[in-house]
Design a protein around this ligand. Structure first.
Ligand SMILES: Nc1nc2c(c(=O)[nH]1)N=C([C@H](O)[C@@H](O)CO)CN2
Length: 122
């Protein structure tokens, strides 16, 4: 399977467990890797046949900016679910980087991998 990726996507949102974090939006940076067959787009050279990374980025930023979760785990899971459901990708890998979370660390966050099966209706 092929990959369409977005690296270093930035969004600001409320996320955190502390009182000050509930009042102040923080910058979160995302790396996203989406498994998809790029051959139809490569053959036709038409955006209609492609996984449009601009549309994915727009949807992710809108979702993140409207969210107000406590944990980065919850935010990461919700983004993967959005990408799988709305864009029909086979699988998605997401690295979520909460840049300012630890003063003594370069960065901190979570990295998760999800497939369509993970969000199948029961
Ligand atoms: N595994 C996690 N640990 C922590 C989280 C989190 O979301 N997942 N969040 C915090 C605080 O909100 C922190 O980011 C403030 O610096 C602490 N640990």
């Amino acid at each position: 399977m092929d990959t369409v990726y977005i690296r270093g996507l930035r969004a600001r949102t409320i996320v955190g467990i502390f009182e000050w974090e509930r009042r102040l939006a923080q910058e979160i940076v995302f790396d996203i890797e989406m498994s998809t067959d790029i051959r139809p787009a490569a053959r036709s050279d038409a955006i209609e046949d492609a996984l449009d990374y601009k549309s994915v980025a727009k949807a992710v930023v809108a979702h993140v900016e409207a969210s107000d979760y406590q944990l980065v785990e919850r935010l990461a899971e919700s983004i993967c679910e959005l990408i799988v459901r709305e864009f029909g990708v086979t699988s998605v890998g997401l690295t979520l980087n909460k840049k300012g979370a630890l003063t003594d660390a370069a960065d901190v966050g979570v990295r998760i991998q999800r497939r369509q099966d993970d969000y199948a209706e029961v």
